[in-house]
Design a protein around this ligand. Structure first.
Ligand code: TYC
Length: 114
């Protein structure tokens, strides 16, 4: 398959003379990264206790660790809640953003490649 995620190089050439030639093909199969960081972003309005609660509810952090991550986000602007496969990371991002919206907080969660 030559769709996105695959690439063909050196598709060979045409011979104009009457001889023979060897057509070489190489294919570089690109693989999606297997790990993704789920990242919480800072804002000015979400209560600190809500962020701590989210880290406990969706990322199985204890109160001490959740507080550490929340403060990291508060001071640095962003922080890693966890590292997961693409599918799990997508699900966490969706659930956290949905939960924040339902609770009328602007807290945003994103993911990026490790
Ligand atoms: N900056 C927020 C406040 O002062 C707290 C906060 C921390 C918000 C982490 C979002 O991801 C966040 N209430």
């Amino acid at each position: 398959m030559a769709g996105p995620g695959s690439r063909r190089d050196d598709e060979g050439g045409e011979s104009t003379g009457g001889g023979t030639e060897t057509i070489t093909r190489s294919r570089t199969k690109t693989k999606a990264p297997s790990l993704y960081r789920v990242v919480l972003l800072n804002d000015d309005f979400t209560p600190m206790e809500f962020v701590i609660h989210v880290l406990q509810k969706f990322f199985q952090k204890d109160y001490t660790e959740a507080t550490r991550i929340m403060l990291q986000v508060h001071h640095q602007g962003a922080g890693v809640a966890g590292t997961f496969s693409h599918e799990i990371a997508e699900t966490k991002v969706h659930l956290v953003n949905q939960y924040s919206r339902q609770n009328k907080h602007p807290l945003k969660c994103t993911m990026d490649e490790v």
